[in-house]
Design a protein around this ligand. Structure first.
Ligand SMILES: Nc1ncnc2c1ncn2[C@@H]1O[C@H](COP(=O)(O)OP(=O)(O)OP(=O)(O)O)[C@@H](O)[C@H]1O
Ligand SMILES: Nc1nc2c(c(=O)[nH]1)N=C(CO)CN2
Length: 161
C-alpha cells in the first residue's frame, strides 16, 4: 500500500456539496482507503497574474489515502471524479466545479506527459500546504523539504471555514 495526498478545490457551483461527494466517492473507490480529511479553507482564486478577487473564491483542502493502485490509476480516478462533477477546462487556471490534484504519491519523484510527482506547484500553495499540515504536521514534500517550512514561506491567504 502507498500513502498519497490529494488536494481538492472548487470555486463554482455547490462547492462544499461537490467536495463532500468527491471525497465520499474516493473513499468508496476499490483500492483506495481514506486515512484523513483536512479542514476546509476559503481561499481567493490564484491566477497567473496573482490573486484574482473578481473570481469566485475557492474551497480547498486535502485528503490522505492509502492505496494499492498505482499513481497513474489514481490520477485516472481523480480525473473521472472531476468529469462526473462537471469539470470544464475552458482556460488555464479557469474556474472549476472540482479540481483534484495528486500532490504526493508515497514520496515518488517522477514526470511524464500525464503526471508529475510531487505536484510541481504544491510547494508554493498555502491552500495545499496548510490543510496538509493540519492532517500531518510532519509532512515532507519530496525534493522540497518540510511542509511546515514551505507553508511559512507561502504568501497566499487561507481562512479556515
Ligand atoms: N500531480 C498531478 N496532479 C494532477 N494532474 C497532474 C499532475 N501532474 C500532471 N498533471 C496533469 O495536469 C493536467 C492539467 O491538470 P488541470 O487542468 O487540473 O491543472 P490545474 O489544476 O488547473 O492547474 P495546476 O496543475 O497548476 O494545479 C492534467 O491533465 C494532468 O494530466
Ligand atoms: N485559491 C485557489 N486558487 C487556485 C486553485 C485552487 O485550488 N485554489 N487552483 C488552481 C489551479 O489548480 C489555480 N488557482
Amino acid at each position: 500500500m502507498t500513502r498519497a495526498v490529494v488536494a481538492f478545490g472548487a470555486n463554482l457551483g455547490a462547492r462544499e456539496v461537490t467536495i463532500d461527494a468527491a471525497v465520499r466517492a474516493l473513499a468508496e473507490t476499490p483500492g483506495v482507503e481514506l486515512v484523513a480529511v483536512s479542514p476546509i479553507y476559503e481561499t481567493p482564486a490564484i491566477k497567473d497574474s496573482g490573486v484574482d478577487h473578481d473570481a469566485p473564491g475557492y474551497l480547498n483542502g486535502v485528503v490522505v489515502v492509502e492505496t494499492g493502485i498505482d499513481a497513474h490509476a489514481l490520477l485516472d480516478v481523480l480525473q473521472g471524479l472531476e468529469q462526473e462533477h462537471g469539470r470544464v477546462r475552458a482556460e488555464h487556471w479557469g474556474d472549476r466545479t472540482l479540481d483534484l490534484d495528486l500532490i504526493d504519491f508515497g514520496g515518488a519523484v517522477s514526470s511524464d506527459e500525464r503526471l508529475e510527482l510531487p505536484h510541481p506547484r504544491a510547494w508554493q500553495r498555502a491552500f495545499v500546504l496548510q490543510p496538509w499540515l493540519d492532517v500531518d504536521p510532519d509532512a515532507v514534500l519530496p525534493g522540497r523539504g518540510p511542509v511546515a517550512e514551505l507553508r511559512a514561506a507561502a504568501r497566499d491567504e487561507v481562512v479556515r471555514r
